[in-house]
Design a protein around this ligand. Structure first.
Ligand SMILES: *[C@@H]1O[C@H](CO)[C@@H](O)[C@H](O)[C@H]1NC(C)=O
Ligand SMILES: *[C@@H]1O[C@H](CO)[C@@H](O)[C@H](O)[C@H]1NC(C)=O
Ligand SMILES: *[C@@H]1O[C@H](CO)[C@@H](O)[C@H](O)[C@H]1NC(C)=O
Length: 404
């Protein structure tokens, strides 16, 4: 996630693109205006870092707010915008009928009351999350178009397959698939699916998502440990999955954990997956995104921030009930300052019901470290595994309440 904007000097670009390769978007003249100190060559590979496939002159169709038209800008300008804390979706490769293929059914959510969640929660391990996050944030960068980004999601895939091999019962194993989802770029997304034997393709799926990529906004070729953004969300879901295995949990409707690539590129990975799910006519009961779960700013109250824009209102209300019932800390609600958020937006945009809970009020988030080499576990005592633990409880609760 991105928040701050710093401005001083002026940087202006105008250009016109007549057609788009796939032809689905009309001619659009972009007048792109940033105010910043950043020079044009800031994002070059000055370090001759190997293993990247990044063309700064690529032309991309980007939307800066859900209320504004998309505009064509270069990859370099995308990075410039990122460095300034502007959020965006990159819709260059979205099908023109994205979200329009069929009317999505609407679900309502009775108050949580499963008898299974409470006995599962003590199985969650802070130590396990710590070990996993130490490893996951040790990749030089998890940038989606880098070799180390690719290696990081391959590690995640292996870790999940190892948990499954070691902990799943034969009955669970028969129901579980753990697969990479490949994209045009180097880093794959990863999808865990637990589907009951008798489940048809049309059964409503419960989805929990986090993003597995990271970025250094000063220059994408520089280190980006991404411990909080979004290593924290990734290990939160990994631990929820491990706990379901240990409990020998079998859902009655399909349950999936998604680890999206290229969220930092503008929701690219989740967009591919949402488009594929929609094309297959898949029905989603509810989707929750976990983007940053670790930071508790000094002097602030420890809370779960339930985001109120770009989300489904009923599912969001359901989240507050889960926090009330299962967590040891209160929720707060906030409308994020800019219109664009994380991967849940792509589900929401396609008409599926999605929601998002964040590590705290945006003003108290890990704003100074994310998207830099400083986003490390040891950045500060404010990086709290006990806070991540609260989110892991929420993940178990969300998964089980909706799929049992
Ligand atoms: C939970 O609520 C549903 C109706 O919303 C009811 O059918 C079910 O028996 C309840 N389960 C428990 C464990 O209370
Ligand atoms: C998975 O298990 C294999 C075999 O024990 C081991 O060699 C490998 O390092 C493990 N990978 C991860 C990511 O845990
Ligand atoms: C699923 O099907 C397999 C084989 O058809 C069977 O052995 C297993 O017990 C079934 N599991 C459940 C949860 O029904």
């Amino acid at each position: 996630m991105l928040f701050r904007v710093a401005a001083s000097a002026t940087w202006l670009t105008f250009f016109t693109i007549a057609t788009h390769a796939s032809g689905q978007f009309s001619k659009h003249t972009a007048q792109f205006h940033f105010e910043s100190d950043i020079s044009d060559d800031q994002f070059e590979n000055h370090y001759n870092e190997p293993g990247f496939e990044l063309n700064l002159d690529d032309i991309r169709l980007v939307q800066f707010s859900l209320d504004e038209d998309a505009i064509w800008i270069t990859e370099r300008q995308k990075l410039h915008a990122k460095a300034m804390g502007k959020k965006y979706l990159d819709i260059t490769d979205a099908p023109s009928n994205f979200g329009l293929l069929f009317e999505k059914p609407h679900f309502s959510y009775p108050p949580p009351n499963s008898s299974l969640v409470a006995p599962m929660l003590p199985l969650l391990s802070i130590e396990e999350m710590k070990i996993n996050l130490e490893y996951f944030s040790s990749f030089r960068t998890r940038y989606y178009n880098s070799e180390s980004g690719r290696a990081s999601s391959e590690w995640l895939l292996q870790k999940i397959r190892n948990y499954t091999a070691e902990l799943a019962t034969p009955e669970q194993k028969a129901l579980i698939s753990v697969e990479p989802f490949y994209h045009k770029w180097k880093q794959a997304s990863v999808i865990i699916r637990i589907a009951p034997n008798d489940s048809a393709g049309s059964d409503p799926i419960t989805i929990l998502g986090a993003h597995c990529d990271s970025i250094n906004k000063e220059n994408p070729f520089l280190p980006a440990p991404g411990a909080d953004d979004d290593g924290s969300g990734t290990v939160t879901l990994l631990e929820a999955y491990r706990t379901l295995l240990k409990f020998k949990y079998i859902p009655t409707t399909p349950l999936e954990f998604h680890f999206y690539s290229a969220e930092e590129g503008g929701g690219l990975g989740s967009q591919d997956i949402v488009a594929a799910y929609e094309a297959e006519g898949k029905v989603v009961k509810g989707m929750q995104q976990y983007d940053m779960t670790a930071w508790v700013a000094s002097g602030s109250e420890e809370t779960v921030n339930i985001i109120t824009n770009g989300v489904d209102a009923e599912l969001t209300q359901f989240l507050t009930l889960l926090v009330d019932r299962y967590l040891d800390i209160p929720w707060v609600k906030e409308t994020t300052p800019a219109g664009i958020g994380s991967d849940h937006l792509l589900w929401n945009r396609a008409g599926y019901q999605a929601c998002h809970a964040f590590e705290g009020l945006v003003a108290y988030g890990n704003n100074d470290n994310i998207h830099t080499h400083r986003d490390r576990i040891d950045a500060s005592h404010e990086f709290s595994f006990s806070h991540v633990h609260q989110f892991a409880k929420l993940a178990v609760a969300f998964a089980v309440e909706l799929s049992s």
